[in-house]
Design a protein around this ligand. Structure first.
Ligand SMILES: CC(=O)N[C@@H](CCC[C@H](N)C(=O)O)C(=O)O
Length: 372
């Protein structure tokens, strides 16, 4: 298959993943592309490491917003792709390279074929953390161009290319990062009685945290507590003075998030008392749930039903998080999943989405915007 211009852009972006609010090369790449587009019906604004691009309509009565995230993850890529990440320990393992190239494709189309309404393309930094959507919403740049409707997509490795999965209401969970630092008294490995070992304390705490989901959260509600990283100690024969747990909390309801945090605090207090150590909890960044508004989602679903080349799937909610939730808290709209058919999932070092999804989604989104 001939490689489209937007597949090429995806590959170029794939090579240069950067972490949240450090997307300097990504911003430069996007700007270089945008500045060579023809005509004068659009305006570009920089916001921190992101960009806002407004395409002026011919007789606007509303502004339609389309948002893509632009940051990568701290993962060492393990694919053998010829365009694999050139940045050590960084990877577009959550598909933001796809999201960007699709946004660029739709934007390019409407620069060349203006429509009645104004369009706002949002290239948002720091979705993986610490969160770009919330501060962007507060910015002067965004407030002046605030859209009346907003939508976004996320790649879905589990669905084949051609599938769009969506639902009204809750799509993604409430999230909160979780960092717990434990500080005790280190010492010689042979004299445990003179120390209090923060590796042991951390191990107890990880195990105890598992009881929150099974014993404290209503089984008909849902929650996840994942500790993705533990660090502690210095060498094999020194008892650790410090340890740190890094994780994330996911809940379907706002109430469950409050309850989970209350229980985490109680268990951490228990470890502090039991191990005679000091503990500090930091919740990092928190994302509001992604809740798809009824009217625009229904309209999108009806639009998709007319399309023979789209396999529409009404999905369930997922425990993933997305700071796009903050945008949907203020602006009517929705998010949907785009099938990309990869044997390895999101946040995996071997994620390899099928590029056929890029042109498919550009065409679908262009037609959807034309239908509004
Ligand atoms: C779609 C997706 O994978 N989003 C991320 C968002 C991360 C939020 C934050 N850094 C956290 O870990 O809580 C996800 O991990 O769901």
């Amino acid at each position: 298959m001939e490689q489209s211009q937007f597949v090429h852009i995806r590959r170029e972006l794939h090579k240069i993943p950067e972490l949240g609010f450090k997307e300097f090369k990504t911003q430069e790449y996007l700007l270089n592309y945008l500045q060579q587009l023809p005509g004068n019906r659009y305006e570009i604004r920089k916001w921190r490491t992101g960009l806002l691009v407004k395409i002026f309509g011919t007789n606007p009565s509303k502004t339609i917003g389309y948002r893509t995230d632009i940051d990568g993850l701290p993962i060492e890529e393990q694919t053998n792709l010829p365009f694999k990440s050139a940045h050590e320990g960084r990877m577009h393992a959550c598909g933001h390279d796809f999201h960007m190239s699709i946004a660029i494709g739709v934007l390019t189309y409407f620069v060349n074929h203006p429509i009645k309404d104004d369009l706002l393309f949002i290239f948002q930094p720091a979705e993986e953390g610490p969160g770009g959507a919330e501060p962007l919403l507060q910015s002067k740049e965004f407030k002046e161009w605030k859209p009346d409707l907003i939508f976004a997509l996320h790649i879905a490795p589990e669905y084949p290319v051609g599938t769009i999965a969506v639902k009204e209401g809750l799509l993604f969970a409430n999230t909160s990062e979780l960092f717990i630092d434990l500080k005790g008294k280190g010492g010689h490995a042979a004299y445990p009685h003179q120390t209090n070992d923060m590796v042991v304390a951390a191990s107890y705490l990880v195990t105890q945290l598992q009881s929150i989901v099974s014993r404290n959260v209503d089984p008909l509600d849902s929650a996840v507590i994942t500790v993705g990283k533990i660090t502690g100690g210095t060498v094999q024969n020194i008892i650790a003075e410090n340890s740190r747990l890094e994780g994330t909390i996911r809940t379907l309801s706002v109430e469950a998030m409050k309850k989970v945090k209350k229980r985490i605090e109680a268990l951490v207090k228990g470890v502090e008392n039991g191990f005679e150590c000091e503990a500090k909890i930091d919740y990092g960044s928190m994302y509001h749930q992604v809740y798809n508004h009824e009217r625009p989602t229904k309209h999108f679903i009806e639009f998709l039903k007319q399309k023979n080349d789209v396999n529409l799937f009404i999905c369930k909610e997922a425990m993933t998080g997305e700071d796009f939730g903050y945008m949907l808290k203020e602006i009517p709209g929705f998010m949907f999943w785009l099938g990309v058919d990869s044997p390895y999932g999101l946040h995996h070092a071997k994620l390899n989405p099928k590029e056929g999804a890029i042109d498919f989604s550009i065409n679908t989104i262009v037609e959807y915007i034309q239908s509004l």
